[in-house]
Design a protein around this ligand. Sequence first.
Ligand code: GAP
Length: 554
Amino acid sequence: MSTQPSVTRMEKIVSLCKRRGLIFQSSEIYGGLNGFWDYGPLGAELKRNVKELWWKSMTRLREDIVGLEATIIMHPDIWKASGHVDTFSDPMSTCRACKKLVRSDQVWDMLETVPWAETIRSLCPEGKADVDGLLKWAKNKGLRLVPDLALVKDPEGVLATLAKRSSEATSVQATFEILSTAAAEGPLSTPCPHCGGELTEPRPFNLMFKTYVGPAATEDDIAYLRPETAQAIFVQFKNVLETSRVKVPFGICQIGKAFRNEVTPRNFTFRSREFEQMELEFFIKPDEVIEAQHGKTASLSDGAASTDPQPNWGWEVWHMYWVEERFRWYDSIGLKRSSLEEYWQKPDELAHYARATVDILYKFPFGTQELEGIAARGNFDLSQHQKFSGKSMEYFDQEANVKYVPHVIEPSAGVDRLILALICEAYEEEEVTDDKGQKEVRTVLHFHPRVAPIKVGIFPLLKNRPELVQKAVEIRDLLRQHMNVFYDETGAIGRRYRRQDEAGTPFCVTVDFDSIGENGPELQDTVTLRHRDSMTQERVRIADLLPFLQSQIL
Ligand code: GAP
């Protein structure tokens, strides 16, 4: 990874995404819509590849998982049973001055990234205020940048308060709060990151998008766009069980859109209002049933999670097994373990239904943040749906001769966050020397061939030589039955390579005069194969191209 400053790196990545058609702002010609993003031609291929690979690894390569594709709008009682109607909310504050809404728990993170706040922090090292500096800033730049900040509205008054309350100014944040508070006494304020104004007390804000089903549009017709794909799996549990030949332990997985009316969508696509999830609900026997059958459950200290699944695994081992499986899958698509972190949620961070949750984090340029959560959810969801629907969610276990509501392990990943992580991981600016000894910067996306939007670029050396063009077109037609290829005959060959480097294409094939036998029969029907990462070139037979490329992308 590059050592460029992170903001610059992120800005460059966002700009490349637009320039190369990976990600566009939704509704851009109308000024955009905050929290919504579209995938352009390259982005759509990348996303499709990632989803295909996840689906294949979950369903086709395993005996114990089946797929589901459910609707986005479901019966509204589902969200009462799951707890989303009552508890799926974020704390939100409104700025009394500019009226903007901010997520109360993210204000200080936001203040880390705004330049005016950086100035204040630099004028209060370790909480010790540079009073002259603050006064000067408040009367000049501050007035222009954040007119609603208490310090800017009344510099002398607020600095006098700071002197009086100096015992409270024990850190940069505490000093910052005093400088943001108009009153000389009483509770301190958190400043609005946008204008410095005073924020209201936090209020819960439900994140579900509401809509109406049918033309009457009364309160009784309210429905929700699903905020997660998981609940559909729970409510279809019995149908899947009765129609597929599955036995606990088994899983049901789904890929699909989810919607959350996030208070402050940010960090490009990282926190969006419309996004996609890839979720697996893996149903297991309750530990009591395992204990009754096998005497006790296998324990993690025996190294159980690193073997193939065993009948005596309880929830702890299954949970660990799925954490490891998910790390293995990320590695297989180019996100090495060294780029990821494993975070065990602390007891006070766990959702009320969760026994344990491990987050897989990626080191984004804007901070190390969650890509996927793997939660041990007990039997909370199935039990809730049993209670609210009145329909049994019990499973009759023939081996144990007992009925129970299965427990569940849930690996839940966000497709869009993963796409962003793959782009961030792949992005590199390299200084290279061209044939004439000139130094230049090569922008390259080092996508793993499995996820790369274009697998191979195919070029005739010259576009005005029909024999070269014809052979290149033949290769294109042969390969495109099996993978996404890009045919390009315009510009110097070096420029064509650079264009594919920026698109993350791992291989390029050039048809030259050797290929058409002009320099002897031994090289006829061979091409130059150029490798993106090493930029090395080798001569290969056209007949060997397809098997080689397939070995790289499957
Ligand atoms: N069923 C469990 C569940 O939905 P979550 O941690 O709320 O758990 C799972 O979401 C994953 O969905 C996250 O790890 C993240 O990758 C993705 N995700 C959640 N909210 C998102 C948002 N606003 N924008 C993009 N991705 C999001």
